[in-house]
Design a protein around this ligand. Structure first.
Ligand SMILES: Cc1cc2nc3c(=O)[nH]c(=O)nc-3n(C[C@H](O)[C@H](O)[C@H](O)COP(=O)(O)O)c2cc1C
Length: 204
């Protein structure tokens, strides 16, 4: 997209934002592919961590990530589903701050479909024993030893799948910040419960 298509154009800025997210799914080297997910812990303190974007549905304003159902983030998102995703592209400098509502999918059609096409070594990520985040007396990977050809056994596959979750985030707010030398631009897009969009320029 040409800069003139979005620099002074709100709908262009939104289009540029969607393209950033779509490019992140298509291109494994895109920095936007690994945003920070910020949830709220039981103590009310914000908890941020890097995640990998695995899917996008622009019509439904949804993004997808994969995770271990035993991880702290899942308990946090089940208790408080409203959370944030923040992504940054350095060149040119663009930041996306997404206000999202998270749904944890577990042992359903969405997890089944994702698992069916997941390579063996990736499936092994869900075999840590004990649970992710447990204290360990020794430095350890926590998984069985794997290589690029690793395929879990039938029994291991069952266990790994029982730990697998897909989190779907519905975007209710998107804030775009663009920092070129000629002058900064900041725009906010908010969808209400009926899906109506309110778009505003903000002072950067
Ligand atoms: C580059 C990178 C990508 C990551 N992707 C994921 C991911 O897609 N899903 C995930 O659960 N954790 C991912 N992690 C690990 C998380 O950042 C985090 O350390 C882990 O999930 C535990 O977080 P929690 O205890 O808050 O649940 C990734 C870490 C890095 C550095």
């Amino acid at each position: 997209m040409n800069e003139n298509d979005f620099y002074d154009d709100l709908s262009g800025a939104l289009e540029r934002s969607w393209r950033l997210l779509e490019e992140a799914i298509e291109n494994p080297t895109s920095p936007v592919r690994t945003p920070v997910l910020i949830s709220v812990g039981a103590d009310g303190v914000a908890q941020g961590r890097t995640v990998v974007l695995r899917g996008i549905n622009r019509q439904q304003r949804q993004l997808q990530i994969y995770t271990d159902v035993r991880s702290a983030k899942v308990a946090q998102l089940r208790a408080q589903s409203i959370c944030s995703l923040v992504a940054y592209q350095p060149n040119p400098m663009m930041q996306l701050r997404l206000g999202v509502d998270a749904t944890v999918n577990y042992n359903n059609a969405i997890t089944y479909e994702a698992w069916a096409v997941m390579p063996g070594p990736n499936r092994c990520n869900y075999l840590t024993d004990p649970d992710p985040g447990s204290i360990s007396v020794q430095a350890t990977d926590g998984r069985p030893v794997i290589n690029a050809e690793s395929m879990p056994t039938h029994a291991e596959n069952e266990i790994a799948y029982s730990h697998f979750a897909v989190i779907v985030f519905t975007i209710n707010q998107l804030e775009w910040l663009y920092l070129p030398r000629r002058g900064h631009r900041r725009a906010r897009f908010v969808w209400d419960a009926a899906g109506s969009l309110k778009s505003d320029w903000l002072i950067p």
